[in-house]
Design a protein around this ligand. Structure first.
Ligand SMILES: CC(C)(COP(=O)(O)OP(=O)(O)OC[C@H]1O[C@@H](n2cnc3c(N)ncnc32)[C@H](O)[C@@H]1OP(=O)(O)O)[C@@H](O)C(=O)NCCC(=O)NCCS
Length: 184
């Protein structure tokens, strides 16, 4: 699969992440100052303890990108890195993939993630030619659910207590949404 390096929206640019130490420093800095914001939803927050951990994430993603399984983009506002959006678990034959995302709390609530999802789904349906995108979120994650709904994804159902949340110390219910090419 041929991934585009830069994708443009009205306010944002998505730049494909590459294993670069300056980028790793920037991502780590944001993760480190957003531990509560991110740790509620992502187990990897607790595993991201130093810049090398972020560098490993970048190397691992690059390898998966070469294998056509995943691509990660930094979200840039006025040339500043403010968050991340990934297309992962790409299935070339089944023409499907999943989107995951986060943004620094400082920039939340401005419609940026809604814009980022729309930029990436255009690439996914128009350029990559996929047929289906799935987005999942914890039932408690109201902001993420709102983004998914604002982007017009269809609610498919709820996986009950399908994962253990270290943060909430209980099993989480996961909401599953999708969009098909025919709905784009
Ligand atoms: C979820 C997240 C990506 C949203 O990013 P964002 O740029 O703030 O999203 P947007 O501004 O496009 O939209 C957020 C919407 O949620 C709403 N919202 C925020 N917190 C909310 C809450 N507690 N209850 C209800 N709605 C809420 C906002 O008002 C906004 O809706 P509006 O435009 O109708 O006012 C961001 O909060 C984040 O990074 N959270 C931590 C990581 C995470 O949860 N990732 C997703 C895992 S599935």
């Amino acid at each position: 699969m041929e991934f585009t390096d830069e994708l443009y929206g009205d306010r944002l640019i998505l730049k494909r992440n590459v294993p670069d130490i300056e980028l790793a420093k920037k991502i780590f800095e944001i993760v480190d100052s957003n531990r509560e914001h991110l740790g509620k939803w992502f187990p990897w927050e607790k595993l991201t303890l130093k810049i090398e951990d972020t560098m490993k994430y970048l190397f691992d993603t690059e390898k998966k990108t070469e294998e056509g399984e995943e691509v990660g983009y930094g979200i840039y506002l006025n040339n500043e890195y403010i968050g991340n959006i990934d297309l992962f678990e790409l299935d070339e034959k089944g023409k499907s993939g999943k989107i995951g995302y986060w943004i620094s709390s400082k920039f939340s609530g401005n419609g940026y993630m809604t814009e980022a999802v729309k930029i990436l789904e255009k690439e996914i349906f128009k350029k990559l030619g996929l047929n289906r995108i799935q987005i999942k979120c914890d039932e408690r994650n109201k902001a993420s659910k709102k983004v998914i709904e604002k982007c017009g994804y269809v609610f498919e159902g709820k996986s009950r207590e399908d994962e253990y949340s270290e943060h909430f110390k209980d099993f989480r219910n996961t909401l599953i949404f999708s969009k098909l090419k025919s709905e784009y």
